[in-house]
Design a protein. Structure first.
Length: 429
């Protein structure tokens, strides 16, 4: 297939590139990795130093290869993921990696450059990138986030990029099968955000259905938040959360910010600073339960975040099919074994599911529709498989209306079709 348009779903956890042909056919790009070809490219970077002074240089890998190297690397390195989560926050402007200053746009630009390597015509073909309806963060700055995202694409050599809401991309992908008008709700669950679009598809030119957006809403709660709840309740207590240390004859709680930052994957590598390590070593000397804080220090010092992430993610996935599971983690002398019941997990995430439902209600209210007017619900993303989330939509709309899409390909494929349509409309105008 000769590409005529490109869609990129730059995600918090995974990223996908789709190519649309002039005939409306779509294919997702395959990436060669050490473990074989993949369509979903992990949104991760790994940096390390090579050579000896004065010829020392900083090098990197991205995607699945970054994960593989992080698991096996024994020398000093920095593993970064979930960079998308920082886009809307002024708190993260820049960081130093082995003495070199990187702005957030630089880091994302490095990743996007790898994502588009050997992609013929990426600098001239129409390109649409997804963006969340609401960016992640407590007080997301949308203008800042979009500006940073555009600048990141520019650093990757993709100056002419257009943006579209990610659920709109998913709607385009679902609607390619429609033969008659339909009002639908699209729910796109990523790693950092849950986004909703209410769409009306009406007959258009050349027998195609025209997409008419009725409303959009979103919330910075999704898969990473659910992981955080498991960390908060099942992992952090084993790493010193809730313990105490001695100071001037008094017992004081270990500062909460260590575990609050640690529980958010995208901040873990940023904790590996000389100042933080010194503070933790001082706490360990005065701690009532020093072994737990020593384990926390080990996880940070040896960049064990990804291994711990895999254990947490595996437990979350297992709870979609089982009433209970065992979270098991054992690396570099740190061992955590914790039994988790689905009932407890659902209690931990109940407030988050409530926030997702509130965003859903906002989308319906803005569209001026009740749930009974929605003829189909299209859900995509890994969180759509969480029983508590799926049951919310079954209850609100009826299980017969709910359809689960490809967790990885739906958004990017729809964005490529959208890029194709926008290019055609521009030529026609």
């Amino acid at each position: 297939m000769t590409p005529a348009a490109i869609g990129i779903d730059f995600g918090t956890t995974n990223s996908v590139v789709a190519l649309a042909g002039a005939d409306g056919s779509v294919m997702t790009r395959s990436f060669a990795t050490q473990q074989g070809a993949v369509d979903a490219y992990r949104s991760a970077l790994m940096f390390w130093r090579e050579g000896r002074p004065p010829e020392t240089r900083i090098t990197h890998v991205s995607g699945p290869d970054a994960l593989d190297m992080a698991l096996g690397m024994t020398t000093e390195h920095r593993f970064l993921q979930s960079l998308k989560t920082h886009l809307s926050s002024r708190a993260f402007q820049e960081t130093r990696l082995f003495g070199k200053l990187f702005r957030l746009e630089d880091l994302i630009g490095v990743f996007l450059s790898d994502l588009s390597t050997d992609l013929s015509g990426h600098d001239t073909l129409p390109l649409v990138s997804g963006r969340p309806v609401v960016f992640a963060g407590d007080r997301p700055d949308e203008e800042l986030a979009v500006g940073r995202l555009k600048a990141s694409y520019g650093k990757a050599g993709m100056e002419q990029v257009d943006f579209a809401y990610e659920p709109l991309g998913a709607a385009y992908w679902y609607a390619r099968e429609l033969k008659e008008p339909r009002t639908m709700l699209v729910a796109d669950f990523g790693g950092g955000t849950s986004d909703f679009s209410v769409m009306r598809f009406e007959p258009g030119a050349q027998g195609r259905l025209e997409a008419i957006p009725l409303s959009h809403a979103g919330v910075g709660v999704a898969g990473d938040t659910f992981d955080y709840r498991i960390i908060e309740h099942a992992v952090s207590p084993a790493l010193g959360k809730g313990t105490e240390y001695r100071s001037f004859g008094k017992l004081l709680p270990v500062p909460a910010h260590y575990h609050a930052a640690f529980a958010q994957w995208h901040k873990l590598s940023l904790m590996k600073s000389r100042e933080t390590m010194a503070e933790l070593n001082a706490l360990i000397r005065e701690a009532v339960e020093p072994a737990k804080l020593e384990d926390l220090l080990t996880v940070i010092e040896y960049d064990l975040g990804y291994e711990l992430y895999r254990a947490v993610s595996a437990a979350k996935v297992a709870l979609s099919d089982s009433d209970s599971t065992m979270l098991s983690f054992s690396q570099m002398g740190v061992t955590i074994e914790k039994s988790i019941r689905r009932a407890d997990f659902e209690r931990w995430i109940a407030e988050d599911v409530g926030a997702i439902e509130a965003a859903l209600d906002r989308a319906l209210a803005e569209a001026g529709l009740g749930g009974e007017r929605i003829e189909a619900v299209f859900m995509t993303g890994g969180t759509s498989y969480v029983p508590a989330v799926r049951s919310l939509f079954d209850r609100r709309f009826g299980a017969g209306k709910v359809h689960i899409g490809d967790a990885f390909r739906s958004v990017a494929s729809g964005l490529a079709l959208l890029a194709l349509d926008r290019a055609r409309a521009s030529v026609a105008a």
